[in-house]
Design a protein around this ligand. Sequence first.
Ligand SMILES: [Zn+2]
Length: 128
Amino acid sequence: MSQQSPSILKTLSRGVRLCCPVCGRASVFQTPFRVRHHCPACAALFQREEGFFVGAIMINVVTTEAAVLASAGLWLLLADGSQGMLLTLLFGVALLFPMAFYHHSWSLWLAGDHLIERLPQHRPDDAP
Ligand SMILES: [Zn+2]
């Protein structure tokens, strides 16, 4: 069985748009903060074995750390150096950024997995 290699840009673009990395026709999410089991259009399996999405959590943690560092750097460059407001800002970024980036971290993790080893197909006899 031969499969054509997926385009890196197209696959990552689908990941950024929260679409299925295989076909791009359906959303990865069923509801906010809930990943579909599989793609309703092409049957690509999104929810795989336990622990599969540790990588998505890692992406979210690393990008949150980068956002906190960038916020601190911008604050120190642009503000007058008020340390009290800096801590408030960083606390807000550290609290809100992971929630705002949650969907993209999962979608980008799926896109990366599809680029590396292809997402498996959901078989109807599998649950659910
Ligand atoms: Zn699909």
